[in-house]
Write a protein that binds this ligand. Sequence first.
Ligand code: SF4
Length: 294
Amino acid sequence: MALVELSHPQNVRGDFFVDTTCIDCDLCRQIAPETFADVGDQSAVHHQPETSQQEFAALKALVTCPTASIGTLSHLSAKAAVAAYPELIDDNVYFCGFASESSYGASSYLIVRPEGNVLIDSPRFASPLVKRIETLGGVRLMFLTHRDDVADHEKWASHFNAARVMHRDDIGRSLTVIERVLTGREALTLDDDLLAIPTPGHTRGHTVLLYHNQYLFSGDHLWWSEAYKSLHASQSVCWYSWPEQTRSMQGLLDYRFDWVLPGHGRRVHLSSTLMREQLEQCVIRMKQGSRAAS
Ligand code: SF4
């Protein structure tokens, strides 16, 4: 629960506040940009909600915040905001909300499909979300892009008897039981519409998931940057190898997609032509970054 005595000094006066336990995951700014803003290395309320729509968005941010750093002085009910998750993004693809602190507030997603639903990375194992996912058909596969964003994977896999998919090179001490282990660098078809593409770089075993040649669940390999208005990857959060990540990014040019749905950073929908142009530019910048660093 957010503590008013820890209220961030840069909050504007009013009902909503952010406290100083914020870990700067960016999710509240994505969900309710009218209310929350970046104030250095944390978020604060820059404008109190004025409409019921803005208030609802701010409450969804409160529900999603991985550190429970958002509160209201009046203890507004978040019941409707809780029930909003998973939230439809497009077609049968949902954003799960309910981020987990152990994955540093990474976004997770659900694909609802007749062949069995797929959960991409792990949201918090929160009972309202679990119940809602039950009504949507449960989880058959749990795709873990990399070791950082696995959060409550054991609870999700156990509750839904879901098979976890992950690359061997990211399986370590806390990830001993993975039902479907990927190996090597070749893309692997998991089902007619699901392709796992190893993208080593951010971590050694990082893997992205391409669904329907349309949706790329990109983990921490690639995201949209609002600041640069471009597809982006960053050397500052590359834990394994930047040259490898650059090669992996180049490899993605072999595929067609028009959505990028990341763990961290902003998601984006572009035409596949524009997406390819953006990806080409991203690869060029990464190669320049590698040269500058060498
Ligand atoms: S969602 Fe929570 S942790 Fe993330 S930036 Fe907002 S207040 Fe901070």
